[in-house]
Design a protein around this ligand. Sequence first.
Ligand code: DC
Length: 520
Amino acid sequence: MNKLIIAIDGPAASGKSTAAKLLAQKLGYVYLDTGAMYRACALAAKRTGISMDDEGALVELMKDIQLEISFTASENQIFLACEDVSAEIRKPEISMLASSISRLKIVRERMVELQRRMGKEGGVILDGRDIGTVVFPDAELKFFLEAPVELRAQRRYQELLSKGQSAIYDEVISEMKQRDLQDSSRALAPLVAAEDAIIIDTADYGIDALAEELYRHYTQRIEGQKSIRLAPYSGFCFGVRRALQLALDAAKEYGKIYTLGELIHNPQVVEEMANKGVIAAKDTAALQEAIVVIRSHGISKEQLEQLSAGNNTIIDATCPYVKRTHELIQKANEEGYPVIILGDPRHPEVIGIKSYGDENTTLYEPGQELPALLGKKYCVISQTTQKLENLEALVNMLLPLCNDLKIYNSICLATRQRQNASEALAQESDLMIIVGGKNSSNTKMLANLCRKYCECLHIETEDELEESLFKNKWRIGIAAGASTPENRIIAVYNKILKINGSTRFASKLDDIPLFKEESC
Ligand code: DC
């Protein structure tokens, strides 16, 4: 998770340290009590008998001061020359001395330098007077806690009594007023709320409610800073949804059914389907008198003949867009056009389309050299999930070589819409997460498209997401291939939210903000 620097400033007893500790524990951050550091300086001066007005002696003291602080989410221990002075610095007389010594330039310079060094990696909550204004003016989240002085004095008075120390309320409040004045009127780094600080009157809250309120602001800030958007048209296309439904219905009816090859290119879905009785057969040889669902990619003419010869009951779930390419290639051949199929030659859909063509059919894989042509008359047909730019590139190569070129833009509508939307989102993202089977051609295509515009990661499941990926990535886009189920997209979105510090989660696809762009 991206870890922030959180500044909590405010006057004494405004609730800073209690709230800071609770928030730090909740976020797994560390807490740094910067007041303790000024208190330790004051104690060092007191022990050496240096007056708060003796600037020369204080400058010398600060040169050799051996101050160390060990800090976790819930505890700060402060050491002066290796001696643990954590309890001693809490004494009332040290409060006023700390306020006085903190006016000095040399003291502030040394402390601020130490504080910056300790906090620079983030994942830290610092409380003090000048954290949001001076120490970390760029802190991602700043609070300024305040409360009426009477209430703060009452809190401090009770705190002293509970520690077994003697205290007089009137003295506590008068000292607190004096300290407020001194801290807020000094020339250097006075106590003042940073312009961008969230100001909270802690009189309105109990301790837990205050910590909750800070946490609420934290999640709002995190979510406000990060946008996580889903590309429209992500996930199952009509053809895949239909094939899955047909297969599931058949499995319910017959108990066990077969698909030729995996139903879709998504290992997780294939496994789920197998558990429901949808078994992927490697080839037609094993299929005799079985119920066989033809997947959305379609199959070759020969395979169809073999299935029929084996007396199988065939349920045809070939995507209508793919079916159309089978018809187009036959039509083109009838009209005397040899066909070039644009696509991945190993992909079952392309193998299927080719089987419906004549002996002059050529395969062309994007990025390859154009094969030798038979003449000047050709027809181009595309795998339904190709990128339009691949089709354009092939046509551009063919145009000068042909005088009769027929082009079927058989890239399906769902693919075009998904690609356009993902590409538009990638242009406005710092990181794109593409969800889908590693063996899914259309998902790989999406990843390649998006990679042109921003960092892009192709994952199958949310388990592949790591915190480090999201560092300094504010605009996160998600897109998913045609064979990616909704629940996978939701799980990925929820993991991204979690990694980025949000407590929200989506329970349905509609809960995920969609990227809206005119070109989608
Ligand atoms: O938070 P505290 O009461 O422990 O702080 C003691 C004094 O230290 C406070 O009165 C002013 C000073 N201080 C400061 O000047 N700047 C800080 N960031 C923290 C404390």
